[in-house]
Design a protein around this ligand. Structure first.
Ligand code: TRP
Length: 328
């Protein structure tokens, strides 16, 4: 079975955009591939989080991904910093990664521009650590968004270069897994096309009912249709797209007809949308709370994941050391 691996950057709580955009696909992938997921806490050090920050975000991500349906029996989920052989591979790869090519990576240039006081070496070598994450398990596929394409190219370059330098056919070149065909772009509540771009337009999976209602009722609308059967402007289409995701077909059709007949009352639509979003989120939210209140369980899952990932990475590293000329 093909091996799939993906790193999750700790960037706060999951929202509906993350869920329909990626997490739902991950949950499906675990049935079709040999998957592993990990929390990229080493990578997060490039922005200097506090220790408490790191501890909290690791717990949160674990609880939220498990609540969404990642099944650790099918797909181990681990914390990057628990799997030490990856660091050794990071060191080896860095010896054949060149300053010029690392400096040319767009996300590095972007960070160097936006945080000029913190252009650290970890930021520069972000692509080698990411390559080590994947090559350590000789994974075939990596589900990532478009923004990661350049990192994926660097990963393939490092794999090829290693093979060439040592005259081996050892690393395969991991391919980007474009799962976006099932992924849905979830619109924001502020009229923007995408949930998560800015604050105040997101519904988090852990939001309680009152919060969901408040956010949905404040969603941007217009002054109503001016013609029958007119094309919906973006802000209105956004609400209908959300209905499509969480409501029944009947509900969708009902409000769509009302819109086409120009009898729609946005307040009613929003009330229904809020109720349906809440019905969708409630079971996930309950599981998030359960997991968060069961730290022993989270710890056990992370430990089991770390054991499996360490075993897999250590196997690769034994061979890598020997190829390079080191003893294991
Ligand atoms: N760079 C990825 C992101 O920003 C996170 C990541 C780190 C990752 N290591 C990885 C993703 C390895 C896939 C494979 O989203």
């Amino acid at each position: 079975m093909e091996k799939v691996i993906s790193g999750i950057r700790p960037t706060g709580n999951l929202h509906l955009g993350n869920y329909f955009g990626a997490v739902k696909s991950f949950v499906q992938m675990q049935n079709e591939y040999d998957c592993m997921f990990f929390i990229a806490d080493w990578h997060s050090l490039t922005t200097h989080p506090t220790p408490e920050n790191i501890r909290r975000s690791v717990r949160t991500i674990l609880a939220e991904y498990l609540a969404c349906g990642i099944d650790p029996e099918k797909a181990p989920i681990y914390v990057q910093s628990d799997v030490k052989p990856v660091l050794e591979l990071y060191l080896f790869l860095n010896m054949n990664a060149y300053l010029g090519e690392l400096e040319r990576v767009t996300s590095f240039k972007e960070k160097a521009r936006t945080q000029p006081d913190n252009v650290n070496a970890g930021l520069l070598t972000y692509p080698t650590l990411m390559a080590a994450d994947v090559l350590a398990h000789k994974a075939d596929k990596v589900p990532v968004g478009k923004d990661q394409e350049q990192n994926m190219e660097m990963m393939r370059l490092f794999a090829r270069r290693f093979n060439r330098i040592y005259q081996v056919d050892f690393f395969r070149e991991p391919q980007s897994f474009h799962f976006t065909k099932d992924a849905v772009k979830v619109p924001g509540l502020d009229g923007s096309g995408k949930m998560g771009k800015s604050n105040g337009n997101c519904i988090y999976l852990c939001d309680d009912e009152a919060t969901i209602r408040k956010k949905v009722m404040k969603a941007v609308t217009d002054s109503g249709p001016t013609e029958r059967n007119q094309t919906k402007p973006e802000v209105i289409q956004n609400l209908f797209t959300l209905l499509e995701l969480v409501s029944t077909q009947d509900t969708y059709d009902y409000f769509n007809d009302q819109y086409n007949q120009m009898t729609i009352r946005y307040g009613d639509l929003k009330k229904q949308l809020a109720a349906d979003i809440n019905a969708f989120c409630a079971p996930i939210r309950e599981r998030i709370l359960d997991f968060q209140n069961n730290e022993d369980y989270l710890l056990r899952i992370a430990q089991q994941g770390a054991e499996r990932a360490t075993e897999s990475a250590e196997k690769t590293l034994r061979e890598v050391r020997s190829i390079i000329g080191f003893r294991s």
